[in-house]
Write a protein that binds this ligand. Sequence first.
Ligand code: GAL
Length: 642
Amino acid sequence: MKRALGVCYYPEHWPEEQWADDAARMAKLGLSWVRIGEFAWSRIEPAPGSFDWSWLDRAIDSLGRAGLKVVLGTPTATPPRWMLTKHPDMLAVDHDGRPRGFGSRRHYCFSHRPYRAECARIVTALAERYGQNRYVAAWQTDNEYGCHDTTLSYSPAALHAFRDWLAQRYQSPQALNRAWGNVFWSMEYASFDEIGLPNLTVTEANPAHVMAFRRFASDEVAGFNRLQTEIIRRHSPAPIAHNYMGQITDFDHFATGADLDIASWDTYPLGFLSDRLPATPEHRRRFVRQGDPDFQAFHHDLYRAVGAMRSGRSASGGRWWVMEQQPGPVNWAPWNPDPLPGMARLWAWEAFAHGAEAVCYFRWRQAPFAQEQMHAGLLRPDSVAAPAYAEAESVARELAEMPDVSTARADAALVFDYASAWAWETQPQGRDFSYFRLVFETYRGLRRLGLNIDILPPDTADLSAYRLVLAPGVATLSAEFLNALASHKGIALIGPRSNAKTDEFATPVPLPPNLPGLAAVVARVESLPPDVPVALAQGGSFLHWREMVETGAEVVEACADGWPALIRARGLHYLAGWPDEAALNRILLAACHAAGIETDPLPEGLRRRDSATHRFLFNYNAVPVEWDGETIPAAGVWWSPL
Ligand code: GAL
């Protein structure tokens, strides 16, 4: 398959006289895709029921005639002001019970059924009009589900839908009481109508109640999305995508992905490093203009797996894109540095090396008005090329010259489970216990060794393709995964804190980890402040979390105080704590060795990715790096055919 570049464009922001010029310039730059429409509801339907299609017809036409393929977004992330007059109770309500007002975007509650009906109406109108349009070659549903903390809503609509959801799941209040352990603190219910949302309780709500609400909220996102995909599919043969985000775990992307042909995500490496990634001040300084060397790759691999959900392809072969790529400084992070020259090219190539079909820069021209006037585009507000323009041009030229990059299979696989993120947010036990961070650090450890990694959904039933499988922090291991583990011939590394809860968020008895063929019991656990490490006998330590394991299995590593740190039976290992960098590195090296996977420990900030056809090296450092007889320039990419 040929990989391609694209851009996000808002024709409604610019005078119509400019459209043809813009389109011609995009085509000349070497772009193939242009995403439009996702915030344009107030222009498509200026008043309830009265549509103005003419401008959008002409915009699509002028882009299409320039040779561009259009990704058409459904505008449901930005309902117009009249919608609120029509449905005053459609707003999401925050944890403190306050409605979230109009004046920006995403001002809707996923559970509000009349708003869903409005979405069905606009999506039907859009799909009827453009479903057969020869220039509309893909769709995007809504925009960034969950952005601005919008997955959870404590509205009357959510309460109503939650009670329905509970009634379906549990069938009777008695069954729910038993499942949640409501005898504790006299929390028993006599009817589903008595059950509230788990906010505004005096002290913490029952974690089983919170988990049920998190599962419900995630299902609401999937249901909201499915409503749109079902309509679009009735009218259009074009593939459907949604643009996900970085480090957002509020809904199960695998579940939403099951209704989409393509997973895509919006990647803002400098914003992420400044805004959300846990990192030392030194790490932040070192990569301030380049972004974290593993954060983008992690999401590329994650969304490749999400992109496989509908087609049933393997996790390594899912369809995915970058729908929005940072081109220069953004506006929304605590600090918004200018990327080093080269990064807008490096980020794009890294995505292609991980199998992206397309990378679209956000946005074409910087807007001189409203919220994002400080956010760079490929063009400045005066239409002069910004620095990323020339880099996009290089990528387009290089892509045209290069044969297909082709995704490769990996030897190592890492499980990612959204429900575990909810579980450990609900009951962290230690203030800094973050599921995302635990998985991400493991991923980073594997990448530092030069590995290709596939990310797997938690119900993966066949592990036979992988020599090494890791599942840290999975709260409840699925029956499918446990079965697959029982017959897995390679090396598996499970834990810490894995299989530690039942489906209903109780502690299982017999006690965890309950892994096939591994005689071990987690007798108790402790969480620790970050400056209180538990030393390991072979060096390094456990941080944040450790488990006291009673076992008859082989002890591979022990803590300095004698408790087992790493145990195994055949290839199946259980890790009894959260390893620091030194310990993780040693444990992963040994696991790779046992699995017969070749490692290539890389210098800081240098990363490697093999596609089926090429080896790529990405230098996230601000200085050149010598490696394997090659000099990789600062913020540079190197590749060679395999
Ligand atoms: C994304 C969003 C875009 C734009 C961009 C700015 O989260 O989808 O609409 O706001 O961020 O970086």
